[in-house]
Design a protein around this ligand. Structure first.
Ligand SMILES: [Zn+2]
Length: 686
């Protein structure tokens, strides 16, 4: 059996320019053997090139691109299947494969020989003869080698490696503490009366959690669905206070388990080590280090952006908060509202003002019409045409595959859409790369993307009906796919979303969201699934108003986190490190609108910046939103479905990928650097 599989290892079928993965033929037993073979080919190939002596020049880059692409062709379908059609065997093979690839990445990133070859190329006479795109690839490679510490004196390289290892351990420790603290707390309730206000689905959820823990009645825990259910719906103020307290004091010196998983020493050490790491690499501080790979150019420009947004948002947030308090007071709430009251009263206020329910809206957003809306938008803006191809092999009968054709019928990309929730499929929505555009001897390998969502599948006679949130998700992920599929760059390092600065990569996706709120799209496509009648105007108005409801309050909180993240890393003073809690308190005193109790320990579970990859990067959410709002401004001025504006977006942003800095691309499209005014306007706050 085994031999037969190995002989037909689909992951090693290469050399055909437009061969899509044969998903049904992929076996977990293929994964490691295929990767080992490809990695060996890559590593041996490199060593042979380096041993041959002399300057390798551009052919080295070309060889590396070919090897890396072969690896991607083998790995992307495996990694994708593991997410959308997982099983135990595949998961094991995936993990083993991931380990091999991580080892390979480290080997390559730390390879003095490869680094020197790129350096020689950049200093050779040939360099001037390379195209700007080729030059950019070499420059970005050299930047990444530098950030990996390869060009440091030997003694510093040692320190660098120790810092990286210790930081990785601390990051894991931080996350473990948060997980342990989150799991340690539960509250068992025997009397349903305490859960008054919760919708049926939410009380059932809490009942399910109790069952899992073999407890009677209902169990509140600190997982997001449970926490949100109580904070949003529980009429019992004391219950909300108790759950809030446990949640915001996780992994700290406060709350129900003070000191048990305290993350403050971890935070303090991480801030210190990050500062050292940045300094070894020649940066003044960790923010400068982080920005060396981003679109935002200096810490000053990030802070100026955040501060100006805060100055504009705060008065609006104060107004919204006053209105919220007034509403709550009229309903008999004890004033002033406390931190554990805000989500609850915001929801009551929203219901009273908008009385918007998903059940009322969903019949007007059937999936097939929304796909029509999506493709209509793509056609109007970029002249692209999706052509379904049922012959393409996929991993599930519900998956659709399209070839994308240009105005002249020319095929330029492929797209898999896997839209329904299923057992064995990871939750959420995302876009991923299947194949990257690349020039081969046999022609051009076309870019192919995966678009994955988890919408409710159709039941019996009823088609898939979407919430408007679902529709927005679909448009968002399609924006990422367009970025990948419309690329005209033939080097996978820097085409599509590859290599795009991380604070700019959400521009196309967030921009795309605007069309699902657009009048012409709604009136054409938001129609009842049974009789095709349009979304009633009154309902549409309420939907549109919901987009920015209490949005300034939300914005101010995001700003608080983003500014704190930058300040902690930017102002770090190794001689006299500030207490991180004081840093956050000061920011809160300047911009917060909703009161926060003095014992709140939000930082201790701020996993984005201490346990994940968002350190000195939390601002990116708002930064990308600014770019999207500002780019949308041009469509607003010239027409939402104006093809010339669409062409400009394609030409200046979508097709160029990372072949030039995102700032240059933005300026080329908008005619000026980004401006935060439109973001503020998009929140309905000007
Ligand atoms: Zn996204």
């Amino acid at each position: 059996m085994k031999d037969e599989f190995e002989m037909q290892n689909q992951l090693l079928q290469t050399g055909l320019s437009n061969r899509l993965p044969d998903f049904r033929e992929i076996r977990p037993t293929h994964v490691v053997s295929a990767l080992e073979e490809l990695l060996q080919e890559y590593q041996r190939g490199i060593e042979t090139l380096l041993d041959s002596g002399g300057s390798m020049g551009w052919p080295l880059v070309e060889s590396e691109a070919a090897w890396a692409d072969e690896l991607n062709r083998a790995w992307s379908p495996v990694s994708h299947l593991n997410s959308v059609a997982g099983n135990e065997k595949l998961r094991k093979a995936f993990n083993a494969g991931l380990e091999l690839l991580t080892e390979h990445e480290n080997w390559r990133q730390q390879h003095q020989g490869i680094f020197r070859a790129y350096q020689e190329l950049s200093q050779s006479a040939d360099f001037a003869g390379l195209s700007p795109v080729q030059q950019r690839i070499v420059k970005l490679e050299l930047r990444d080698f530098h950030l990996a510490g390869v060009d440091l004196p030997e003694k510093d390289q040692e320190t660098y490696r120790e810092l990286v290892m210790r930081l990785s351990k601390l990051g894991s420790k931080f996350s473990e503490n948060v997980i342990d603290a989150t799991q340690a707390w539960t509250l068992q309730l025997d009397d349903e009366i305490r859960l008054a206000g919760l919708p049926r689905a939410e009380t059932n959820l809490l009942k399910g959690i109790a069952k899992q823990h073999k407890k009677s009645g209902w169990l509140v825990d600190l997982s997001a669905p449970s926490f949100n259910a109580v904070m949003t719906h529980a009429d019992d103020r004391e219950l909300r206070r108790e759950v809030y307290t446990a949640f915001v004091t996780r992994a700290s010196d406060q709350g129900p388990a003070p000191g048990t998983w305290d993350n403050m020493p971890v935070i303090e050490e991480m801030l210190s080590l990050r500062h050292q790491l940045a300094q070894i690499l020649g940066f003044d501080n960790y923010v400068e280090y982080a920005l060396s790979r981003r679109m935002a150019e200096t810490p000053g420009s990030v802070l100026a952006f955040l501060d100006s947004l805060a100055a504009q948002a705060r008065p609006a947030a104060q107004k919204q908060y006053a209105a919220l308090q007034e509403f709550a007071g009229r309903q008999g709430a004890g004033l002033p509202l406390e931190a554990w009251d805000v989500t609850y009263w915001s929801e009551r206020y929203r219901q009273a003002e908008l009385h918007l329910s998903d059940e009322e809206l969903k019949p007007y957003f059937p999936l097939e019409r929304m796909l029509d809306a999506l493709f209509f938008t793509g056609k109007a803006l970029f002249g692209i045409n999706p052509v379904a191809d049922k012959r393409v092999d996929t991993w599930h009968p519900d998956v659709r595959f399209y070839w994308l054709e240009d105005r002249d019928g020319h095929r330029f990309a492929g797209l898999y859409m896997d839209l329904f929730a299923r057992k064995d499929k990871r939750g959420g929505a995302w876009m991923d790369v299947c194949l990257s555009r690349r020039k081969l001897e046999a022609g051009v390998q076309l870019p192919v993307a995966f678009l994955t969502c988890n919408f409710a599948p159709p039941v019996a006679e009823q088609p898939c009906l979407m919430t408007h949130d679902d529709v927005q998700t679909l448009f968002h992920e399609f924006g990422h796919c367009l970025h990948h599929m419309l690329t005209e760059i033939e080097w996978p390092h820097i085409n599509g979303i590859n290599g795009v600065e991380w604070d700019a990569v959400e521009l196309p996706s967030q921009l795309m969201e605007n069309w699902c709120w657009e009048e012409e799209i709604l009136s054409r496509f938001a129609r009842h699934y049974q009789d095709g009648r349009p979304l009633p105007n009154e309902l549409k108005d309420r939907l549109l108003r919901s987009r920015n409801f209490l949005k300034a309050l939300f914005l101010v909180r995001q700003l608080e986190y983003a500014i704190c993240d930058i300040r902690l890393h930017l102002d770090y003073d190794p001689e006299a490190p500030a207490n991180p809690l004081d840093v956050l308190d000061k920011i809160r005193s300047e911009i917060s609108v909703v009161p926060v109790p003095e014992w709140n320990r939000f930082l201790n579970s701020f996993s984005h910046i201490f346990g994940g990859g968002y350190s000195a990067g939390y601002y990116s959410y708002l930064w990308a939103e600014q770019l999207a709002a500002d780019a949308w401004g041009r469509f607003f001025e010239e027409g939402a479905l104006e093809s010339e504006t669409g062409d400009a977006l394609r030409r200046e942003i979508l097709s160029v990928g990372a072949s030039r800095p995102a700032m240059e691309s933005f300026i080329a499209f908008r005619g000026r650097p980004p401006d935060s005014g439109p973001l503020f306007e998009s929140y309905g706050l000007s």
